[in-house]
Design a protein around this ligand. Structure first.
Ligand code: ADP
Length: 343
């Protein structure tokens, strides 16, 4: 049977009233037995009433302390959370055993909420420190080279070299801001809008062509095995997925390696695979590759900001699809994306 807070509160008030009544009755009985002829004074009557009220009051304090103590703890914890202490929890004490189920449920939900807030806070702080780091490093580099250019006294080759670095760092910063803005906007979305009929095979071919200078420079063997498929999706979001996956495949594959892309339709979904014969990913690193700012190579020797796969994952989630990776360090990786056919 469901417990009812108001019934329980009424019961407590009733218990206190009955106890006060009983105490008054018992004390009157004792006094009337001591003075059978009714010769007790006005002061004695007041004392009886006073003692009963005092006893009732003490009882009320004890009961409310036991029953309502968890509620007080909850109020204190709420104030702490309001002041920004997200690690604050409502302690579960012996009083909780005698308190109302409703209050205990409220406390349990409150503690879950404070856990979630603490996690979000940690995540936010992590995000800000990663973001600041990613932004600061190229800015310091730009400043240093710009200063040298400004000071003059450089050979034409040095001038060209420094300007090239400044240009590259500026391009990196611009991509970083674009990716962050896109990721933030996607995190605030729940559904995909602006869907059109997209030719998937054509889109994959275009993405591969866009990266031609990179795979040609590495002399990679490119293989595309594409079924003719059209899918009703947001064209630019889909392109982000393929661009990032193919870009990574090319980036993480040494010279003379190979990159393969395939797409096929299954009953109610499309399956796209992007595989390479590159450096692969160590088993213990795989769970982190979709995290924001995660980069396998901490030295940043490979150009990237660690947001590519986080974006891919967010887009795939929004499209209600799945992404998985099969990889062996030193042998290569395969990313498999499955998206439902949407109407
Ligand atoms: P990045 O900007 O570093 O490419 P991503 O989010 O795209 O960031 O990828 C995160 C990390 O996952 C990469 O730094 C790399 O360690 C690993 N990774 C992604 N794709 C591949 C791949 N095809 N081969 C090997 N490692 C990969």
């Amino acid at each position: 049977m469901k417990s009812n807070l108001s019934i329980k509160l009424s019961l407590i008030v009733l218990i206190i009233l009955v106890t006060v009544g009983l105490l008054t009755g018992v004390t009157s009985f004792i006094i009337s037995s001591l003075y059978p002829d009714g010769e007790y004074s006005f002061v004695q009557t007041i004392s009886v009433i006073g003692a009963s009220v005092l006893a009732g009051w003490l009882l009320a304090i004890v009961i409310s302390n036991i029953v309502l103590k968890p509620l007080n703890n909850l109020i204190l914890a709420t104030k702490n959370i309001m002041n920004g202490d997200f690690s604050c929890k409502v302690p579960v004490t012996w009083q909780n055993k005698y308190s109302f189920d409703e209050i205990n449920q409220l406390i349990s939900s409150f503690n879950d909420m404070s856990d979630e807030l603490a996690r979000n806070e940690l995540f936010r702080n992590d995000f800000i420190s990663n973001f600041s780091h990613e932004f600061k490093t190229p800015l310091v580099s730009i400043r240093g080279f710009a200063q040298q250019l400004y000071d003059g006294d450089l050979t034409p080759e040095q001038q060209k070299e420094f300007s090239k670095i400044i240009l590259e760092e500026a391009t990196y910063l611009s991509k970083l801001s674009t990716d962050i803005l896109l990721l933030t906007s996607l995190e605030n979305k729940n559904i995909v809008t602006e869907k059109t009929l997209v030719s998937l095979d054509e889109q994959l071919r275009t993405c591969m062509l866009m990266l031609e200078p990179y795979w040609e420079a590495k002399n990679l063997d490119i293989d595309m095995n594409l079924d003719e498929i059209s899918i009703y999706q947001n064209e630019s979001l889909l392109a982000h997925i393929w661009k990032n996956l193919i870009d990574n495949a090319v980036k993480f594959t040494p010279d003379n390696g190979s990159v393969r892309v395939s797409c096929r339709a299954e009953k109610d979904k499309i399956v796209v695979s992007v595989s390479d014969s590159g450096i692969g990913i160590e088993k213990d690193k795989i769970p982190y590759i979709f995290d924001k700012f995660y980069q396998g190579d901490k030295s940043h020797a490979t150009k990237g900001n660690g947001l590519g796969l986080a974006l891919v994952k967010r887009i795939v989630d929004l499209c209600e699809g799945t992404i998985r990776v099969l990889s062996t360090a030193g042998e290569g990786s395969e990313f498999i994306v499955e998206l439902p056919f949407n109407e």
